[in-house]
Design a protein around this ligand. Structure first.
Ligand code: FCB
Length: 475
């Protein structure tokens, strides 16, 4: 069976500056919150840091060649704010900016469309010292930085992602403390979330003013929230409001979801007039990062009682992150977005899986699991397109194995294997497979694989999923 995609759908791969670049102080780069965080003992599970990572800052020409070999139509990377602004108050660092300009030229020479993410978590440390995302002023300084980048790259870059995963920044950075800046201040988390949303809106406004044909959107990590019983339904709606709609509603509907509005007032947080207009300006696309789903569990606390995607079913398959392989959730996410938000244009800005890959004696990396994972999720993408979702592109996370935040170098997400000692790059089997997808806009799915795919996606919770996701907005 052949799975075919429309020719206009663009195939890409994604990375983020801190995870691949290394060279933390080259050419005048300032420190970021992640440079500080990784230097604190015990913060990174395998004890590694990102001072070298993939050494992409120096090896980008080699990486460009690898992207061309893959036949990528697009590459999503992030600009490091502290490379570009290296001192408080508009200390523009031309050398840092030049790096991204050369990268963009290299992509365009190879016919690869650049997608630029402005914030993929590496806040300048000097901004953290001035309050970071807790402080409203950070929003306007982010907009100034966005303007600097837009002035330099806007003649060649049309696709811009404002903020990557504001949910993760809020929860991992300010509630669990697993990510930089490593804080545990749940009561302040809504303020952080609001400032990230404002930063999205403020950057979008600057980009529109400066880049004539700019296409701008956020990248949201969206999770279908799956109730296990009918009585979990209300809890599922609350969790959905907190996890998904806290960010999607203000951006796409210009308001906070009602259950969250009540929480905001409890946490003594104030919204200034005009904020929601700034946040809710029309976007050109929604970037969707999709990895997993949320399962609702019993709890006496109304806002708790859920867990991320680790299945108790012994037959369920999990990636090396312990995230359940559950392709159906990808389809559900896209359905949810189409129905709730009037079918926006979507780019899948991240999807992929970590496995414990290794280079074998013959020099090959046989990551069949990743190939099967990608094939299964792409079948769901095909189904979503059939159902009417307006998806224009798909980016594998990630181009290269890289520094997986608090898990360090221990988790390999790449299409391309990186040996962190020699820094040698080896395209994995999945890279060869994905190259053929990029070239032919589709792939062959064997009968056996199709059947096993259906088995992982049509489980007993299907009816509830359908009911939950097809019911329409709760507010
Ligand atoms: C996402 C991040 C990305 C990467 C993947 C695995 O949440 O945006 O940087 O870490 O997860």
């Amino acid at each position: 069976m052949r799975i075919e995609f429309p020719e206009h759908l663009i195939w890409g791969a994604a990375t983020a500056a801190f995870q691949i670049e290394g060279s933390p102080s080259a050419d005048g780069k300032a420190e970021s919150i992640w440079d500080r965080f990784t230097a604190r003992p015990g913060r990174i599970r395998d004890g590694s840091d990102a001072r070298v990572a993939c050494d992409h800052y120096r090896r980008y020409p080699e990486d460009l060649a690898l992207m061309a070999d893959l036949g990528l139509g697009a590459y999503r990377f992030s600009v490091s704010w502290p490379r570009v602004i290296s001192a408080p108050d508009r200390g523009v660092n031309p050398d840092g900016l030049d790096f991204y300009s050369r990268l963009v030229d290299g992509l365009l020479e190879r016919g690869i469309r650049p997608f630029v993410t402005l914030y993929h978590w590496d806040l300048p440390w000097f901004e953290q010292q001035r309050g970071g995302w807790d402080a409203r002023d950070t929003v306007w300084r982010f907009a100034d930085y966005a303007e600097v980048v837009a002035r330099r790259l806007g003649d060649r870059v049309s696709h811009w992602v404002t903020i990557n995963e504001p949910l993760t920044v809020t929860v991992a950075g300010y509630v669990s403390g697993d990510h930089a800046p490593g804080q545990h201040r749940p009561l302040g988390a809504f303020r952080v979330a609001h400032h990230l949303l404002l930063a999205h809106g403020a950057a979008l406004e600057r980009l529109r003013a400066l880049v004539p044909n700019a296409k701008v959107g956020p990248a949201l990590n969206l999770f279908p929230v799956i109730p296990r019983t009918r009585s979990d339904q209300r809890r599922a709606e609350r969790i959905d409001a907190l996890v998904n709609r806290l960010f999607a509603d203000p951006i796409l509907k210009g308001r906070y979801p009602r259950p969250v509005q009540r929480l905001l007032s409890v946490f003594n947080w104030t919204l200034q007039s005009g904020d929601l207009d700034l946040i809710g300006q029309p976007v050109d696309f929604v970037g969707v990062n999709h990895y997993s789903h949320i399962i609702i569990e019993r709890s006496w606390l109304p806002w708790l009682g859920f867990r991320l995607a680790r299945s108790s079913d012994p037959a369920a398959l999990h990636t090396d992150m312990d995230w359940e392989i559950y392709p159906r959730s990808f389809f559900d996410t896209l359905t949810w977005l189409r129905e709730r938000y009037d079918n926006p244009t979507v780019y899948i800005t991240e999807n992929g899986a970590a496995f414990a890959d290794r280079v074998e004696a013959d020099g090959r990396v046989r990551d069949q699991q990743r190939r099967d994972y990608l094939a299964a999720y792409l079948v769901m993408l095909r189904k979503a397109l059939d159902a009417g979702s307006d998806v224009h592109g798909y980016f594998v996370w990630s181009l290269l194995d890289n520094f997986e935040w608090a898990l360090g170098l221990s988790k390999r997400f790449g299409l391309i294997h990186v040996d962190y000692r020699s820094l040698r790059r080896t395209p994995k089997l999945s890279a060869h497979w994905y190259a053929s997808v990029c070239r032919s806009d589709g792939f062959e799915l064997s009968e056996a694989m199709y059947r096993s795919l259906l088995a992982t996606t049509l489980d007993e919770s299907l009816d509830l999923i359908e009911e939950h996701h097809l019911r329409g907005p709760a507010t």
